[in-house]
Design a protein around this ligand. Sequence first.
Ligand SMILES: Nc1ncnc2c1ncn2[C@@H]1O[C@H](COP(=O)(O)OP(=O)(O)OP(=O)(O)O)[C@@H](O)[C@H]1O
Ligand SMILES: [Mg+2]
Length: 462
Amino acid sequence: MERVTDDPRVAEAAAREGIKSFVSAPLISEGGVNGVLVVANRTERRFSRADAEFLRAMGGQLGMAIQNAILFERAERKNRELAALVTAGKAVTSSLNLDDVLSKSLDAVIEIAHVDATEVWLLEGQELALKCQRGVCREAFAERVRFPIGEGFPGIVAQTQTPMLVHNLASDPRLVRKRLVQVGFQTFCALPLRYQDRLVGVMAVAAFSPDALDRPGDVRLLEAIGERISVAIVNAELHGQVQDAATLHERERIAREMHDGMAQLLGYINTQSMAVKRLLANEQMADAHAELTKMEEITRDLYADVREGILGLRTAARANEGLLPALREYVQHYTDMSHVAVALRVSPDAEGMRPAPSVEIQLMRIIQEALTNVRKHARATSADVQFERLGSRMRVTIADNGQGFDTARSTALGWPRFGIQTMRERAESVGGTLSIETEHGRGTRVVVDLPVLQQEAIGQTS
Ligand SMILES: Nc1ncnc2c1ncn2[C@@H]1O[C@H](COP(=O)(O)OP(=O)(O)OP(=O)(O)O)[C@@H](O)[C@H]1O
Ligand SMILES: [Mg+2]
């Protein structure tokens, strides 16, 4: 346009800027227009066809560049979202302990979503219970720790099972926890946590800025993280159930073992008493004396077994506090009772290994049986319990400096022997192996190899 005053559509604006002439070209890419290039002059000027062609070509180039930038920006956002999901995914699979998983995941959410605080509510019957809160202003969130379905933002989301996002928290009549506004939160977003079709809880995030979470895809990203958190919640639930089942199973087994062992011994004492009575009636004093001495030994052994059994049960009950602390205490009591000095050694590379709880239970019982054998049969003065790392497995060796034995003959006459066989079965039941190295006069080594699940410290309590 050589004289802008000729065109009423632009004349006024051009006059304000002092523009006399201009040429414009669309910015085109892939057939779409994503802008306009304008070249304006404060003098009157004739634009040639070549000028127009040049600008059209420029417009094409710029259009492409803009399109690329938009695509790049989109790809970048996708990358950020993927990275966020990976971070959240890592947090979610880092452990089977729910508190652990939730705090790590919620910390990741704060970082990823640029919010200031976040919380997770779990569904308990017809109510939501606050399970985990991370970020700032804890006390404001804890103003309420339970919501019936339908009340407050978490309760409403649990009812509608759809996300909600508000940027003007202060003026929202549905807000129950007024402290959130008092401490300055303006944006609040809550979304349902679902596993398959089941509601498991609600995740919420809050931010001081009224502009938080207003980019496209922000809420969708939170939902994607929420899906992973839901899986973690369900996993932790299942894991808890499995552990409960393992504990019950173990209790039943102990009860059966005790019953069988006791029943055998009491039966033995009963028949022996009758035999002794008969000997006394026949005035076979020396034989009666010999039988009574045998009984005395056996009852003394039984007494030691029962004490050790009770100690073992107490230790098993404490095993969820961590294998090593429980084992240390066991070894201490065992040394007091048996007068065999036991040293517990953990090699540095084994420090970071943590077997699954089911493996820990079996390992604990294997160590106990091996040490019981040391007390009963080895005539040892000392023993070692050693933890080592063997690639991705853990090796535990229980070694004594006693008399050793002939493994081929250990199943010889007398009482039925269950100890070694049960130890082996225990190891195999959790994917491990057990072997015994022994020689007369050279002590005994019970070697257990076990799989390890998590790379955490065996000594740590979770
Ligand atoms: N550390 C050890 N030192 C010397 N002998 C051992 C040792 N461990 C086991 N034995 C021998 O192996 C045998 C079998 O052990 P096992 O634990 O299977 O049975 P038990 O201890 O005799 O009976 P149970 O464990 O059923 O009460 C023992 O009777 C003993 O002779
Ligand atoms: Mg035994």
